[in-house]
Design a protein around this ligand. Structure first.
Ligand code: FES
Ligand code: FE2
Length: 385
């Protein structure tokens, strides 16, 4: 976040701490529990949230060199993102044009993509170079059988794609500034292209994908659920909220913020004392963790609304001289709090929701980012506020 914004957020946090207050949403928000368990709702979300709009894919440092690629499934669409020999990042449906096998798996570096099934070969720009059997496929127009292109973008050190093929006449580059709104300035100021990937972990909790996001959107639960892990380091139920279109930001103070209080304005550095959680609509969180970046992305299961896949990646500063043990400790804390405290409780909540005993839940005014997230979902689904 820019310097003036950092100071303004820091000042507001100190004021809230003195008054024992926090930023508030305009009103409480009631959400139907069916939003977490209903199959029709899940199908609508897949179409409107995961196929029709830009999806955040992580930091561009995941693809530092030509030929670097990531292949994964985005809500039922196998996607391939690759940095071309010209340095440009492109995205494709990871579906061979012969009989549909994925041409790449996981992540890595390639000079070309060779389909594992019958060996058709594609270049880094998705062009079909050859079919391996010249007679069987004699006369096949190679130019018409390249990988299906998806629109994508690399912006402010972030990667995006849309998991729906590029339409005729549509630009191949997504306009992500329009989507990011005001948080784009924060990302530009953080210089995210200087944070290489440190680790990637994936889990499959038995929760709806929205639970995985919800759990990061308020600091209200920290003194309760996390009292044995991270609670001693945070000021509970205190945050500064900002909305940016369908995205939002919540800044939460660590108790160490007290060390800044007595300093004159020009010496105040809040960044090492304030965790900023960016909710990137619909399914991702980019968390400024004081000296590094943590990213969570949640993907709904293809069929079952009560299951999802969650990825946590940690990016550490390129310039840091801290040993790996320091970053390993950070990774371990994130895994212990989220995967051993938040998600297991979420699994019990999912069961409660599916029991049919309660019809709705209520989000408080002290949970403004949670309220914003769910109103954004409702508006993106065309369900009204
Ligand atoms: S499916 Fe790819 S070469 Fe046959
Ligand atoms: Fe939590």
């Amino acid at each position: 976040m820019e310097r003036q914004e950092e100071l303004a957020v820091g000042r507001r946090l100190l004021t809230h701490m003195d008054a024992r207050t926090t930023d508030l949403a305009g009103a409480m928000f009631r959400n139907q529990v069916a939003a977490y368990s209903c199959r029709e709702r899940a199908a609508l979300e897949r179409e409107k949230l995961f196929r029709d709009r830009p999806m955040f894919m992580g930091l561009a440092t995941r693809l530092p060199k030509p030929g670097d690629y990531i292949a994964e499934d985005v809500a039922g669409m196998p996607v391939l993102m690759v940095r071309g020999s010209d340095g440009e990042v492109r995205a494709f449906a990871n579906i061979c044009r012969h009989r549909g096998a994925p041409v790449a798996q996981g992540c890595g570096n390639a000079r070309a993509f060779i389909c594992p099934y019958h060996g058709w070969t594609y270049d880094l720009a998705g062009k079909l170079l050859g079919t391996t059997d010249k007679v069987g496929f004699g006369g096949l127009d190679l130019a018409q059988h390249g990988l299906v292109r998806l629109p994508s973008a690399e912006r402010h050190g972030l990667l995006f794609l849309r998991a729906k093929p590029l339409q005729a006449e549509e630009p191949a580059t997504l306009d992500v500034d329009a989507v990011l709104g005001a948080v784009a300035q924060d990302f530009a100021a953080l210089k995210l292209d200087t944070y290489p990937l440190y680790s990637a972990d994936r889990v499959n909790p038995r929760i709806n994908w929205k639970f995985a996001i919800d759990t990061f959107l308020e600091g209200y639960h920290i003194p309760h659920l996390h009292r044995k892990t991270i609670a001693p380091y945070f000021v509970g139920n205190c945050g500064v909220f900002a909305s940016a279109g369908l995205n939002g930001r919540l800044s939460v103070p660590k108790t160490s913020i007290e060390s800044v209080r007595a300093l004159p304005e020009e010496e105040r550095r809040f960044r090492p004392h304030v965790v900023s959680i960016y909710q990137l609509f619909p399914n991702a969180l980019l968390i400024w963790q004081l000296d590094h970046v943590e990213i969570w992305r949640a993907f709904p299961d293809r069929d079952d609304p009560s299951r999802c896949e969650v990825e946590m990646t940690i990016y550490k500063p390129a310039a840091s001289d801290k040993p790996d043990s320091y970053w390993e400790k950070n990774r371990d804390i994130a895994i212990r709090t989220v995967m051993e405290e938040d998600f297991p409780l979420g699994e019990r909540m999912q069961i409660g929701f599916e029991s049919g005993a309660v019809e709705e839940v209520v989000y408080g005014r002290n949970e403004p980012l949670l309220v914003h997230f769910h109103s954004s979902i409702r508006s993106a689904l065309g369900l009204g506020a």
